[in-house]
Design a protein around this ligand. Structure first.
Ligand code: HEM
Length: 478
């Protein structure tokens, strides 16, 4: 297994070895799926056997295994998923658009004041939106305790390094090494980080419960569920409370950094492709004019802007290797034997770069999604949100295991798409995103390079946000 640049290395290997690549060694079997077809054949069509998660020894050391992201298929997973899906359906997610719109306007205000700090402002947007959704907390100041915790969380994820490829992930026995052993950095790291993680995951939950007791809680994902529990007389059920604590925390843990990475990729893509900015801006000016900012009611009238958002997600999927699945039974696919317990990694980057699906796939070309003759009618890259058939989920305790199939596909996808769209439309309406200049006055353009982590961001870069006109400045004045 490569330890660096895994998505690209697997993609290269798939050119000579085919889209399904298997590895076996030391009792572990791993299969990398490099095409959407293979991933859909297994994760969607056979989701009853392919929806488990493998063990993540490094994350076990960190104490993260109660989060639905990593829970194995079973009762706790079913209950967490049900709780999440109740409020995050396409329709349910629309409730949160007010928060997304308000935060987009705050983002613009911040960019007017300190444009050079655009990365912090994007992070503020991404974190503030998921905090408000999960806990009803409106993060306004930079010293907000929720934002501080989010920063710690992001640093913790970045510190884990390469996607699921720490030495202990391959050799779980290494968990038993004494912390002072040479090379046992992961033990030392997890010892430091675990208590931080535990306090982060509790913080919002405790705050909302206290606020509810005082009658001061804002409506949120968590408060609505806690009210439901109260109505059902289960407000002190430890299992339900634990499930809610983990599910509300996971909105912020899974939604903050992914949204932030996607927004940074948006800015990078716009900076490197001024003609795309121009074309999208013309569309926005024609449909909306310059007397107001875009809102969600404009979404269907701005098809090119939607294509820009779709192309950002395809050009560099923010979670290039998704999250691995595990097969629960022996299986055979295309005459290949896949033993029970095999870990399957969906290589989303390889799917995005598949030349059979996307013409000239390295090119940032939003038109590709438009119908012909304006574009190529290429498919929207829904795979960036992972896989698993979509089912209504009944309460787990009413349904025997094996009779309900619960999806693993990202439950936050409608929220994420809405955040990306509103930020793209708002930035395009208000700013020209331009290169910074070097001392000789020449444009300095970054290269499109990304971090090698579970959630992959562009490497730090600089750019200028130039207000298009004073008129637009007035639209968001504080
Ligand atoms: C652009 C933003 C996002 C991307 C690209 C993304 C992508 C993904 C992917 C690839 C998976 C793995 C699915 C699988 O196992 O096949 C996933 C899972 C998940 N995502 Fe997202 N996500 C994004 C934003 C969000 C947001 C805003 C939330 C907030 C609710 C969220 C919550 C989750 C959760 C809870 C899971 C675990 C699902 C499970 O294991 O059953 N994500 N996401």
């Amino acid at each position: 297994m490569p330890l660096k640049d895994q998505p690209l290395v697997f993609h290269e290997w798939s050119k000579s070895h085919g889209d399904v690549i298997g590895f076996r060694g030391l009792g572990n079997s791993v299969v990398v799926l490099n095409s959407e077809q293979a991933a859909r054949d297994l994760f969607d069509k056979r989701s009853a056997t392919y929806s488990d998660r493998p063990r993540f020894p490094m994350l076990e050391l960190m104490g993260w295994m109660d989060a639905v992201l990593f829970l194995p298929y079973g009762k706790d997973f079913h209950n967490s998923r049900r709780v999440l899906q109740q409020q995050l359906t396409r329709q349910g997610s629309a409730v949160f658009q007010d928060s997304q719109l308000r935060q987009a306007s705050i983002l613009v205000q911040r960019l007017f004041k300190t444009p050079e700090r655009f990365e912090e402002h994007l992070k503020h947007y991404a974190t503030a939106v998921v905090m408000e959704i999960a806990y009803g907390h409106q993060a306004l100041s930079e010293n907000d305790p929720y934002l501080q915790l989010a920063n710690q969380m992001n640093d913790m994820v970045a510190g884990l390094g390469s996607s699921f490829a720490n030495p202990v992930d391959f050799f779980p026995i290494l968990k038993r090494l004494p912390s002072w052993s040479p090379g046992a950095w992961f033990i030392r790291y997890s010892r430091i980080q675990r208590p931080i993680y535990e306090s982060i995951s509790r913080y919002g939950f405790d705050q909302v419960r206290q606020q509810m007791a005082l009658g001061t809680a804002n409506p949120s994902f968590l408060s609505r569920h806690l009210e439901d529990l109260k109505r059902e007389g289960r407000e002190n059920d430890p299992g339900d409370l634990k499930c809610l604590m983990n599910s509300s925390w996971v909105i912020y843990a899974a939604g903050g950094d992914t949204t932030m990475g996607t927004l940074r990729t948006l800015v990078l893509a716009l900076l490197l492709h001024p003609h795309v900015q121009k074309k999208a801006r013309e569309e926005i000016d024609n449909v909306i004019g310059s007397r107001r900012l875009p809102d969600f009611s404009d979404r269907d009238s701005l098809p090119y802007t939607q294509c820009v958002a779709n192309e950002v997600m395809r050009w560099h999927p923010v979670a290039p290797l998704g999250i691995p699945h595990r097969v629960m039974e022996d299986d055979v696919y295309r005459e290949m034997f896949i033993p029970k317990g095999t870990t399957l990694i969906p290589n989303l980057l390889s799917m995005a770069l598949d030349p059979k699906v996307y013409r000239d796939p390295h090119k940032f070309y939003p038109e590709r999604f438009l119908p012909q003759p304006a574009g190529y009618s290429e498919p929207i890259p829904e795979f960036v949100f992972g896989f698993g058939r979509r089912y209504a989920i009944p309460r787990f305790d009413c349904v025997p295991v094996g009779m309900s199939v619960v999806p693993r596909i990202c439950p936050g996808r409608y929220l994420a798409e809405a955040s990306l769209w509103i930020v793209a439309a708002t930035l395009l309406a208000v700013f020209d995103i331009c290169p910074t200049k070097d001392e000789q006055g020449n444009d300095t353009l970054p290269t499109a390079e990304f971090t090698n982590a579970i959630v992959s961001h562009p490497l730090p870069f600089t750019c200028e946000f130039r207000a298009r006109s004073e008129l637009q400045k007035g639209l968001v004045s504080t």
